[in-house]
Design a protein around this ligand. Sequence first.
Ligand code: SAH
Length: 342
Amino acid sequence: MNAPATKEIPPALQMLQLISGFWVSRCVYVLAKLGIPDLLKDGPKSAAELASATGAHAPSLFRVLRALAAVDVLTQTSADRFGNTPLSETLRSDVPGSLRAFAMTELGEEHYPAWGELMHSVRTGGIAFDQAFGEPVWEFFAKNPENAKIFNDAMSGMTTQAETALHAAYDFEGIDTIMDVGGGHGGLITSILKRNPDIRGILFDAPQVVEGAQAKLAASGVADRVRLVGGDFFKSVPEGADAITMKWIIHDWNDEQSVAIMKNCHRALPANGKLILIEAVVPPGGEMHFAKFMDLNMLVMTGGRERTEEEFRRLYEAAGFRLTRIVPTESPFSIIEGVRVQ
Ligand code: SAH
């Protein structure tokens, strides 16, 4: 049997590739931010044409495009012309589950400087973002609507990416009213209601986020079945749902904060109500999993973490729930279901 290709690369070269990984990431950021994959959707263009359409410096942009073509993010069709590849197509604004906003938020103005302070988190256990910006990320977003919009679009894109896998793995049937807590711009709740015509929904998030969700919801065709509520999940969440979903919420918070949010869900749910978390689950062994690096993203951004099955089980118990099952999906997310026991 042939060894995997990476095994044939000398360790020093592999290490050089790892060390320079962020060079590639930053080029992807420039590509996404300038919207170049959108400009290439009808065919290849020259660096000069792309520079004049984006207000960039043509010779420098050329060098970024050439480097990206070397790693298959673009194709170099002639000395000075570049076209999209399947990789850059994912960064177009108009494709379902677009990763453009995700590339912009992760590699741009807030996550990137926070990662620059990773050493602060490692040395002190503190939150690198707070060190870099002087305030927690949610306060920063509340004051910087442009950044917040990109972040919310990024979350919507990631939810669209995972939607098919989530619905293939888990049936929401039998639920009367479902509430998505921290539901952002409503991607998840909309996808549940579209597939389940008898379910009603509540979308709960910070007031300014819910406000931003209104237009998207109006266009979704299910707006008449969704109630929008703005608030703070550390204070309370609305009553009226027999199941609550939280996607990518608990990973933002430490154990104490997570239990506080889950206890507020407990208060709002009826007996036997379901609390469904949609999160990546860290596998126990040493294998590669998206969750192991997302975990560091949480370390630097929010002080949260990705968790193992056992760690989720303990959170559920501490908040008055019993973890009933974990359903893996074809996406990095699993569906973690718990039932209210007290
Ligand atoms: N569930 C969405 C968004 C995840 S991002 C998705 O997976 O796409 C985390 C969300 O938590 C953001 O929308 C943020 O506005 C919300 N959030 C953070 N702090 C909050 C609080 N105290 N009360 C309510 N929502 C909050």
